[in-house]
Design a binder for this molecule. Structure first.
Ligand code: GLU
Length: 429
């Protein structure tokens, strides 16, 4: 495969901003635009519940290690709270609080009857055995047995977790309550009530919203180029599905580095390589390793898809971004300090709470199927999810035109308006 020169720029200095502050600064702008009254503002701003637990786990060496776990329920005005569980060494309470609030706004943007929550455990699952992860997951579930529930709070996968952990969670919750309860968690393996189309759902939503945005910008997907940061579930599916639409994926990256191919990366080949190599791209030869992985964000492409972690686009690198469209596969990849720079450059952003909401949308379908005791076909799932994504995109786009505001703030306006209106009807004590 022909491989040409790597795109080079000085490395950006990436500071991690507090994601809770990032979330709040956008929330404040949208609340102002909506003219939200002070009482409603105060209600929507605060998390309903924050649970912190210590989880003692016997490790394989026989020693007990105590992990700290969180579950933050931000809001349940629209329905039971929904959101993933993150296993990562950088988990912290403010991050979980921000992610929980983003779930509230995300569910409201796509108009599904859920509130928002998020969980996390400070741990490094890459250094733990499957047995240790299983014991930690079960202990966490037991500690959260009064928080979780099919009509109360419904977890799902996030960074560091997947169908395997969701199966243990479902099993532990079911045993504790004396009845098999598939609807307590989504993102389960297919055989135990998972939904067709759930694995690729977030990446598919990224593709669908990217196409919708390209249409508005008059960009032809078959002539467009893209760079995708992150090659986990979201990034790899987004890259695959975008390339199937004719987009040339010039760069992808994971923890091992960023890989560049001027002629386009063969995404299926890269995914097969990753699957055969412990989930990592180390040593992948279908592209050239870039000197600095952060340079992927500055690559000369039309579309940038940050699908890894928070705060990678900041005031330190935003002015050097060349893409005309950013589609946020990750939660919070752009820090608030970068917003004005991006807006001034005229870059269109499909914000996280819209672009990555395909995952929770199909989670909702999984929950509905579990409650119905009925399985939908893959076609039913994808058709309905695509329609929801397109409708949400159009609503946010129309709001951005109406108020002459960026898509990000428009998404918050749509979400906050829905939750605030419902809150008014439901009332307070
Ligand atoms: N963790 C995913 C997210 O951030 C999925 C949440 C869910 O399906 O409940 O959207």
């Amino acid at each position: 495969m022909a491989v040409t020169t790597v795109y080079k720029e000085p490395a950006p200095i990436v500071d991690r901003e507090n994601p809770l502050e990032s979330m709040m600064s956008r929330f404040n702008i949208a609340a102002d635009i909506l003219g939200l009254d002070e009482q409603t503002y105060n209600v929507l701003k605060a998390a309903d519940k924050q649970v912190i637990v210590s989880i003692p786990v016997t490790m394989d060496d026989g020693k007990v290690q105590v992990f700290e776990g969180y579950r933050v329920v931000h809001n349940t005005i629209l329905g039971p709270s929904k959101g993933g569980i993150r296993y990562d060494k950088n988990v912290h309470l403010d991050e979980v609080k921000a992610l929980a609030a983003w779930m509230t706004w995300k569910c409201a943007v796509v108009d599904i009857p859920y509130g928002g929550a998020k969980g996390g455990i400070i741990c490094d699952p890459t250094t733990m055995s499957p047995g240790e992860i299983e014991r930690m997951t079960r202990a966490y579930t037991l500690a959260m047995k009064d928080v979780f529930g099919p009509d109360r709070d419904i977890p799902a996968p996030d960074m560091g977790t997947g169908p395997r952990e969701m199966a243990w969670l479902m099993d532990e919750f079911s045993k504790t309550n004396g009845m098999t309860t598939p609807a307590v968690v989504t993102g389960k393996p297919l055989v135990m009530g998972g939904s067709l189309g759930r694995t690729e759902a977030t990446g598919r939503g990224v593709m669908v919203s990217a196409l919708a945005a390209m249409k508005k910008l008059g960009m032809d997907p078959t002539k467009a180029t893209a760079a995708v940061q992150g090659f986990g579930n979201v990034g790899s599916w987004a890259a695959k599905l975008l390339s199937e639409q004719g987009v040339t994926i010039k760069a992808v990256s994971d923890v091992s580095g960023a890989y560049w191919n001027e002629n386009g990366i063969n995404v299926d080949e890269a995914i097969a390589y990753k699957n055969a190599h412990n989930g990592r791209l180390d040593g992948y030869t279908g592209a050239q390793l870039m000197d600095n992985a952060d340079d992927l964000l500055l690559a000369d492409v039309d579309v940038l898809v940050p699908a890894a972690v928070e705060d990678v686009i900041t005031e330190h690198n935003a002015d050097r971004i060349k893409a005309k469209l950013i589609v946020e596969g990750a939660n919070g990849p752009t820090s608030a300090s970068a917003d004005s720079i991006i807006n001034e450059k005229g870059i269109m952003v499909v914000p996280d709470i819209l672009a990555n909401s395909g995952g929770v949308t199909v989670s909702y379908f999984e929950w509905v199927q579990n409650k119905q005791g009925f399985k939908w076909t893959e076609q039913m799932v994808t058709e309905r999810a695509d329609r929801i994504m397109n409708d949400a995109f159009e609503k946010v786009y129309a709001t951005s035109q109406k108020y002459n505001i960026p898509m990000r703030i428009a998404a918050y306006v749509v979400a906050i308006d829905k939750v605030a209106q419902t809150y008014k009807f439901r009332g307070a004590y």
